[in-house]
Design a binder for this molecule. Structure first.
Ligand code: GLN
Length: 484
């Protein structure tokens, strides 16, 4: 058999059932890829021994016919999910010695379904960033890089790079403002951020609690459906988790899309839209039309306020969530003779620059006198953005947009690093989706003239992940994107 790590999850499951190879052989093959690709810096912590133990259990289960839904599938886990007895850092110095005594709900769902964990994947520190360059453990290299080392996107950059380079069969990610979809687009992978409340946030290191959602990054749409099926579901440990039955997502793959109404938001079509992005957006419209989908122009009038709204609310919640890192209960502790300077030294040296910037912005917009001017206004705007989507969805079932206005850029790019706002602007197509709590998927649609992958985004109504998978699988089939 040729390289078994190149198979998709659905192909791997069939091969494991067919005893073409064992879970142990498969796990060893991924571990060997990881060994050979250390320069990508995709993993923060590898757990090969644990993976091989799990693989042995999977082999026994196949032997006795007790195999579960994801039996023997080797996954990478974004290092923002707490994993019992495995170091969980959030890519921050302040948590670099933290070993959780418990398992997040999403990862425990995956384990219960028989998945194997290969290790913990790199990310932007506390998931704050769009290039994976804010990680305390250094940047991740996009496997599509040729002469120049490129960013994989962020914050789930390790997840997307690992999937693209076959360092795991699939990965978990989290998405607060685009962190699953944008890295998936930069690395030529598929990723879905489900509806807010679809996956439990229990045991995920919090960034902005009202926006954070877990989701999978994988090689194709079907693999995302399979992984999300396992990850999703009600959890009484997360009070924002929704008690709505999870449908069989795989059933939506390949379903006829004729008559499906696809909205194109006119505010997203700007004069300075990148030529390649525009071309593939148009091509996607035509491909969907050929399959009988009906294209409608829709309006999302408050689009221009989405970025400022997000960059007020996300830091506000982050500043509050990160107040718990005081060096007392867990994680890194700085020197200090008194409590005050212990706190100050811990937080000054424990957090990186971007995280501190967000804490400062967040504290500012929440402070007396500025709360009404910034935080409250942003909350009102968030509602208007949600209303825009609900109005648009009166005329369509899905909304099609690009995922990112650009392709992967070089690590250390002066334009991106000179002013944080330049980095924030890349989130233009993704943040409104989180503000409105909607599900959205990014799939690779083709290569730009610079040879790098571009992604298209399909946004759905609340809890309509199935409809997204339906249209995405059609678009995927017609786009013929070639993975690495
Ligand atoms: N790039 C966005 C930010 O920096 C989104 C991050 C995310 O989704 N976690 O906040």
């Amino acid at each position: 058999m040729s390289d078994i790590t190149k198979l998709t999850i659905h192909e791997t499951l069939a091969a494991l059932k067919n005893k073409d190879f064992s879970a142990s052989e498969l796990t060893r093959a991924y571990l060997s890829n990881m060994e050979k690709s250390k320069h990508l810096n995709a993993y923060i912590t590898e757990c090969g021994e644990y993976a091989l133990e799990q693989a042995q259990e999977s082999d026994d289960n196949y032997l006795h016919g007790n195999n579960r839904k994801l039996e023997g599938i080797p996954l990478g886990i974004k290092d923002l999910f707490c994993t019992k007895n495995i170091r969980t850092t959030a890519a921050s110095h302040i948590l670099d010695n933290f070993i959780p005594p418990y398992e997040s709900t999403v990862t425990s769902n995956l384990l219960n379904d028989g998945a194997i964990f290969l290790g913990k994947l790199n990310l932007d520190e506390f998931a704050m960033g769009g290039s994976n360059e804010t990680s305390y453990f250094g940047p991740v290299i996009n496997p599509w890089s040729k002469n120049v080392e490129l960013v994989p996107g962020g914050s789930s950059g390790g997840s997307a790079a690992a999937v693209a380079a076959h360092l795991c069969a699939g990965a978990t990610g989290t998405d607060t403002g685009g962190s699953i979809r944008q890295p998936a687009a930069f690395c030529g992978c598929t990723g879905i951020k489900p509806t807010y409340g679809r996956c439990s946030r229990y045991g995920i290191v919090a960034f902005a609690s009202s926006l954070d959602q877990a989701g999978p990054i994988a090689q194709d749409v079907r693999d995302c459906a399979i992984l999300l099926q396992s990850m999703a579901g009600f959890d009484n440990k997360d009070s924002t988790s929704c008690d709505i039955a999870v449908p069989d997502y795989e059933k939506f793959i390949g379903k006829d899309i004729s008559g499906l109404k696809i909205g194109i938001p006119k505010e997203y079509r700007s004069e300075d839209l990148n030529e390649d992005v525009n071309k593939y957006w148009q091509m996607s419209v035509e491909l969907l039309q050929k399959r009988g989908a009906v294209i409608k122009e829709v309006s999302l009038p408050h689009t221009k306020y989405a970025l400022p709204t997000y960059y007020v609310l996300a830091p506000a919640e982050a500043s509050s969530n990160l107040a718990r890192y005081d060096g007392i209960r867990y994680g890194y502790r700085g020197e200090g003779e008194h409590l005050d300077n212990l706190y100050i030294n811990t937080r000054t040296t424990g957090f990186g620059k971007e995280v501190k910037r967000r804490i400062m912005i967040g504290t500012y917009v929440l402070s007396a006198g500025y709360y009404d001017a910034y935080y409250l206004k942003a909350q009102k705007m968030r509602r208007l953005i949600y209303n825009d989507f609900m109005d648009a969805f009166k005329d369509c079932d899905l909304i099609l947009t690009p995922t990112s206005p650009i392709t992967a850029f070089p690590i250390g790019d002066a334009h991106m690093l000179s002013n944080p706002i330049n980095m924030y602007l890349n989130d233009i197509y993704t943040v409104s989706v989180n503000l409105a709590g909607l599900p959205a998927l990014s799939l690779p649609i083709g290569l730009a003239q610079n040879g790098l992958p571009l992604g298209m985004q399909l946004i759905g109504k609340p809890f309509a992940e199935g409809t997204i998978f339906q249209a995405a699988s059609a678009l995927e089939e017609d786009a013929h994107f070639e993975r690495i």
